[in-house]
Structure formats: structure tokens, C-alpha cells
Design a protein around this ligand. Sequence first.
Ligand code: FE2
Length: 389
Amino acid sequence: MSKKIESVNYGLEKIFDGAQDFLPLLGTDYVELYVGNAKQAAHFYKSAFGFQSLAYKGLETGSKDTVSYVLVQDKIRLVLTSPLNSKSKVNDHIVKHGDGVKVIALWVEDARAAYEETTKRGAKSFLEPTVEKDENGEVVKAGIYTYGETVHMFVERKNFKGTFLPGYKIWESDFKPEPVGLKFIDHMVGNVGWNEMNTWVKWYEDVMGFVNFLSFDDKQIHTEYSALMSKVMSNGNGRIKFPINEPAEGIKKSQIEEYLDFYEGAGVQHIAVSTDDIIKTVSDLRARGVEFLSVPPDEYYRAVPGRLEEFSHELREDLERLKSLGIMVDADEEGYLLQIFTKPVQDRPTLFFEIIQRMGAKGFGAGNFKALFESIEREQALRGTLDKS
Ligand code: FE2
């Protein structure tokens, strides 16, 4: 596999020189998953991933159709939502997609402007600007659809002093497992259908004002059996990064096809979360039962020193330790990065998590793609979804 990454342009600030960013984004506000049993999912994300209880909305707060548990770890907020009856629309989403990401909420200064700027550029509306109020102030929310049934919700919270959003109460819990050191969302990856990647790249460019700053084609991302293509989109200030994958033809079925089959459409493939100490984070996660993809083979780790040397970087971590935990290493001109991927976090082989520690590198682990995908293919073989049927 080629190590060359084409069309790299990290100078995002230069791209916006002289041009106004019509959709200024302050960061990721929250990620909402629709799940079959939010109460149990919340327990899983607390006990296994070290999230803490933050806020709650349900029958006790007057929410008759849905229940939501909000969890927090440093800057990451996860919302887990389940329906409370058969009429809730959340059911349709779960029946079709299984558990998965419904909303990637983006923190904005002005939600009405964000909605207007994106819908006038062609975004399909999910929620018109809506003011939600309680005794802690007000929040303006507005939502647009992106790929599949996934939604970007713009959240304006400058006039709100509460814990999460109006309508939620503080969720006090005596069960407070230690956090595992997850800091913030580094990127979130979407899987889209055949020949749809460029459509969505253009959508993010035109509708959201994002730029495509990294591209990988099927000649760069492939194993002996399968292939995919990926383009990384970033907003103007570089805080929000959305790589978009589509499957490519191979001898066998790629993991993207498997995802599309089981999610029954486009959706979020993985959430990459950042840590400052991946050895501790992954040790803790493993001890709590989080399952990761299989450890890459010995020859992978034998090649790591050479890859770092190529870019004159010195590995600060103990390579044997990284190997024992299955953490992968990639390097580019600016530094290196450490990363590892969980197995899917629900029964359908769809959403999973990535744990990433950046040591200067701004890429996405292109040098690890082959080892990673071979590892996923071993899992696919066990599921009987590697062979084309
Ligand atoms: Fe990733």
C-alpha cells in the first residue's frame, strides 16, 4: 500500500483568508444515539467507557414519548434516547437502523442564521429554529439532515445556564465509575453508499462551507480482498472533521458494504475520541470489558520504528506496551499518532469507537489502514459477511 497521502492541505485558515465562513461552528455540542434501551445503554457507557451521569429527561420530567440519558466525559456529551411507546418516531429509526447515531449536534453562536444559511444552500430541514425555555434560560435549536437519516442540530446556548438543555433535570447518581481519560471528539466518520462520497463531499462544501483536506482512494485503502475510498471534510476553524467513506470494488465485501447492509443505509460508522494517555485509557477500557479489534501481527510492529524514522520522530511510548494493548502507530511529517478501534458497540456490525492520541500528526492513520482492515476482515469472516452473497 502506498504511504503517500495526496491533496493534503492543512492550512485551513488560509483557505478562508478573505472569505467569510458562513457557518462558524464553535465545536461539537453533543452526539445523540437512538437506542433500544437507553437505561441499559447508559449503564454500559458509564461502566465500560467511564462516562458520568449528567442529565435526564423522561416520564418524571413530563416527557411522555421519549426518555433521554445524558452522559459526560470531559468535553464529550452523549445523549441516549429510547421511545416510551409504539407511536414515537424513534421506533422507526431503531427498527430500520438498530442502535446508532441520530444527531451530531454542533454548537453555534446563532442557530437561526446557521439554519438559514444551510437551508438556502439546499439542506433538507429536520427542525425549524425552535426556542426551548426553562428556569435556566433558553436555547435555540435548528436541525438539518445530512447523509441517510442522520441530522446536524445547531445549538445556540448563549442564553442558557442550565446543565444541558431546557426540559432536562440534573441526573444524580451514586454510581460514578472513574473516567478513562476521554477528552473530546476528534472526528466522526460517515459511511455512504456506492458512488455517493463525492455527492456528500460537495454537500459539505456547498451547504456547510467545509473543505476537503485529505483524500484516500481505493488504491491507497485496500487489502488483498476489499477496498474503500475516503475524503476528510473539515469546517473553517478545523474543530469539526467528518471523513466520509464509500465502498469500492474488491474480491470480497468491504466493511463499508457490511455496514450499509446492516444499518440499512448511510450513517455514522465511528466516533473517534481523543485521549492524552492512550496506554492508560485502553488499559482501563480493556479491564472494563470493552472489546477491541484483534492486535495487529508481529510484522506490523516490526515496521513501526522504520515508519517513525522515515519522518524523524521518536516514539515516547514503549512499543512493547503498545503492542500488548493492540494500539497502532502512524506517522507523517508533523508527528505521529496512536490509535485503536473497538468492535461494534451493538449487535449489528455498525457503529464503533476509535481511541486516538495525537502526537503532532494531523492525519487519520492512513499507514494503519491495511492492518486495521485486515483485522476487520477477520471479524467479518466470523460473521459470514466477508464473502459476497
Ligand atoms: Fe477515524
